[in-house]
Design a protein around this ligand. Structure first.
Ligand code: PLP
Length: 422
């Protein structure tokens, strides 16, 4: 099936239940077992079925299957937020004493997770240059458990050297995790390019109207074989899990990465999505392709306007021919489309503030991927926890303004920016 069809039909059989055309919301915490044997079989994984919504839920299950197919993956696991999806994807492979290698251009919330919170759990980070991955290989050691990057980074609007990253990771048998939130499953599918795990904040383009927080983790097919082959680096998948009566994940014929998250991290930490949010995200997914195409077309028009404006010093948008990442957008993203984020620089911090305080149609919001256009000043908000040196390294500077272009008519958006700049 093609993506547009998957987004509307996958993972749900209308002929079950009462034949509901819309996926029903299973708004329940627990599920009745037929008898004690049924209950015991479910706990022993001899039979698959819902036990408790912290672990699985039929509505979230449809979202997981649909999204996994959309990404070309073997399985997915939905979480309460993008932040928890990222934390779980790392905690699934790394523990105290280990390290992960991260891109130098990441979402602010991921930066604080990696630099501060994971550090408290004894997991350290090393940083590679994502533009060319030239220093990636030299950072790898025996304790390196994952390489993490964003396919279209927020807010630098940068596209990494994806093929090179995957090549180095495969050579050393290290899991690659790609945050695909901004490109979205409509424009890019990391797994098709050899990435092992794709993570998303579904709160952004997937939701599309800023109504439901969510995250999802999708794994490629064949990770059980990978874990068996790389047992020294990833012992937990092929040795008995004492917390799950000695279960060996690689012996179970289910996609291993998501299985271990569900049976241990989701069980013990429980950042589970609400069934209602999963249902909202299922509705949104139906129009993801249409929306992201339109976000991209609108953003390209706005970026061209900004590029021609005398008060704008620099525009970053990979759909522009003048952009540093134009070739990569053409190579990796569907139709060379580049999603809805633009950043631009004006002459001073005061000028940046003036623009943000003068717009009327754009909302001043630290979100992205909404149908409504949004404007932010990253240095004083999303990236304000970083030191000036860290900001420079992350490519965020005080004169940068970030836009998330919505689905309005571009004539209105351009008029609003024009009056704010003048
Ligand atoms: C928003 C965002 C996250 C965090 O997701 P939440 O759903 O807000 O927890 C992670 N990565 C990227 C790229 C994001 O834009």
């Amino acid at each position: 099936m093609q993506k547009e069809t998957i987004a509307i039909h996958a993972g749900y059989d209308k002929k079950q239940g009462n034949g509901e055309m819309a996926v029903p919301i299973s708004q329940t915490t627990a599920y009745a077992f037929r008898d004690s044997e049924h209950a015991a079989n479910l706990f022993a994984l001899k039979e698959l079925g819902p036990i408790y919504t912290r672990l699985t839920n039929p509505t979230s299950d449809v979202l997981e299957q649909r999204f996994a197919q959309l990404e070309g993956g073997a399985a997915g696991i939905a979480t309460a937020s993008g932040a928890s999806a990222i934390f779980y994807s790392i905690a699934n492979v790394a523990e105290a004493g280990d390290n992960i290698i991260i891109s130098d251009k990441l979402y602010g919330g991921s930066v604080t997770l990696f630099y501060f919170t994971l550090k408290r759990f004894g997991i350290s980070v090393k940083v590679f240059n994502s533009d060319d991955a030239s220093n990636l290989e030299e950072l790898i050691d025996d304790k390196t458990k994952a390489i993490f990057f964003e396919s279209l980074s927020n807010p630098q609007i940068a596209i990494p050297a994806i093929e090179k990253i995957v090549e180095v990771a495969k050579k050393h048998g290290i899991i690659t995790i790609c945050d695909n939130t901004v490109a979205s499953a409509a424009l890019f599918n990391p797994i098709e390019w050899g990435v092992d795990v794709s993570v998303h904040s579904t709160s952004k383009y997937t939701s599309g109207n800023g109504t439901a927080l969510g995250g999802i983790i999708v794994e490629r097919d064949g990770l059980a074989e990978f874990f068996k082959k790389n047992v020294a680096r990833y012992p937990h998948f092929s040795t008995p899990d004492a917390s799950y009566h000695g279960l060996v994940y690689t012996d179970v014929p289910l996609p291993n990465f998501c299985l271990r998250i569900r049976l241990s991290l989701l069980r013990d930490i429980g950042a589970t999505p609400s069934p209602h949010n999963s249902w909202l995200l299922i509705q949104s997914l139906e129009t993801l392709g249409l929306r992201v195409d339109k976000h991209s077309d609108n953003a390209l028009e706005v970026a061209k306007f900004l590029e021609s404006h005398p008060k704008v010093k620099k525009v970053s948008y990979p759909g522009l021919k003048s952009d540093k990442y134009y070739e990569k957008a053409q190579k990796y993203f569907k139709g060379g489309k580049a999603s809805g984020l633009i950043s631009f620089e004006v002459s001073s911090f005061e000028e940046a503030k003036k623009v943000i305080d003068s717009v009327k149609l754009f909302s001043v919001v630290v979100n992205i991927g909404d149908s409504k256009s949004l404007i932010t000043h990253p240095a004083s908000t999303t990236h304000s926890q970083m030191t000036p040196e860290e900001l420079v390294k992350a490519g965020v500077n005080p004169v940068t303004v970030r836009l998330s272009i919505g689905l309005e008519n571009t004539a209105d958006l351009i008029q609003d920016l024009n009056q704010a700049l003048n």
